[in-house]
Design a protein around this ligand. Structure first.
Ligand SMILES: C[S@@+](CC[C@H](N)C(=O)[O-])C[C@H]1O[C@@H](n2cnc3c(N)ncnc32)[C@H](O)[C@@H]1O
Length: 286
């Protein structure tokens, strides 16, 4: 079943629309378009230059290296959209860091416009045209197109129906507040490395617990900064204690207290065996 109108439309405003073409035409994002779940408008900022040379940039006031994209170009391009987007995002290394929580919030929108810079970026007044800025990390790329592709990938896959198994992204890294557990597939042994036996035993409860413990161990080792924000259960607290986290640290993270460990039942001496001679009805072996 295809929806009457796309669940989410992305308008990408860029000087290089062809860079986005493969992302919006291939793989699951392409299929989502075919199925009417997502729609993409790739808009060439040059069409809104307003001069016969299609020049969108100018040197910075105050001097300095590079060129700056004019705010009036951005404004005309945004005004050309058939409907007002509910989010207009300026991709910029100076913006707040894009993360899974932001992707989840954006997946509930109807129309997102992504403004991709080049050169020295946009005139600072462009900020007054947008609802937010986003950076995809603490590094500087030559343009915003790769950043827009990251947003398309991360947000698009959260739109209901885009990926087959809704459950799979609930378990992904960050969605649960932890890194994902390690996955294995055939062959069962590769270069003397075996798949963990618990995954081969068919015991779903044991598999579930093992995966959760692995996610906790990986997060503790690689991204301990995530743990104070993760939703932890009393069993998780017990697992973290076993991994060497102190009780004080767990308390500081707001983790629940681990389930009470029942002391082992007192060992009573076995009752003295009365040695009663029993008559055996089993006759001697013949
Ligand atoms: C060379 S950069 C401009 C850098 C700018 N002068 C600065 O230092 O903040 C050109 C464009 O690439 C995009 N860009 C570069 N790095 C980015 C990042 N980490 N996240 C999002 N967009 C980025 C932005 O759209 C930016 O306008």
């Amino acid at each position: 079943m295809t929806p009457d109108s796309p669940r989410l439309t992305f308008s990408v405003l860029t000087l290089f629309p062809e860079l986005l073409r493969p992302f919006t035409g291939e793989a699951l994002l392409g299929k989502a378009r075919e199925r009417g779940l997502l729609a993409y408008h790739l808009i060439d900022l040059r069409e809104f230059a307003g001069n016969k040379h299609n020049k969108v940039d100018a040197p910075p006031y105050g001097g300095g290296a590079g060129m700056v994209i004019r705010v009036d170009v951005a404004q005309r391009a945004l005004a050309s959209l058939p409907e007002r987007p509910d989010e207009v995002i300026l991709l910029s290394p100076a913006g707040p860091r894009f993360d899974q929580a932001t992707a989840e919030a954006l997946a509930g929108k109807r129309h997102i416009a992504l403004l991709c810079g080049r050169y020295e970026g946009f005139d600072a007044r462009t900020e007054s045209l947008v609802t937010r800025e986003l950076s995809i990390g603490d590094f500087v790329m030559m343009g915003g197109e790769a950043a827009a592709a990251c947003v398309l990938e991360a947000v698009g896959r959260l739109v209901p129906g885009v990926i087959g198994d809704e459950e799979s992204h609930r378990q992904d890294s960050f969605s649960s507040g932890l890194l994902d557990y390690p996955e294995y597939t055939r062959p069962a042994t590769w270069q003397a490395q075996d798949v963990p036996a618990v995954l081969m035993g068919g015991n779903h409860a044991a598999t579930g617990r093992w995966r959760r413990d692995q996610a906790l161990a990986r997060t503790l080792e690689r991204r301990p900064d995530l743990l104070p924000h993760a939703e932890l259960t009393p069993h998780d607290s017990a697992a973290l204690l076993a991994l060497g986290v102190s009780a004080g640290q767990l308390e500081a993270w707001g983790a629940p207290t681990p389930p009470e460990q029942k002391p082992p039942p007192e060992q009573k001496p076995p009752p003295e065996q009365k040695t009663k001679k029993r008559r055996s009805n089993v006759g001697p072996e013949k």
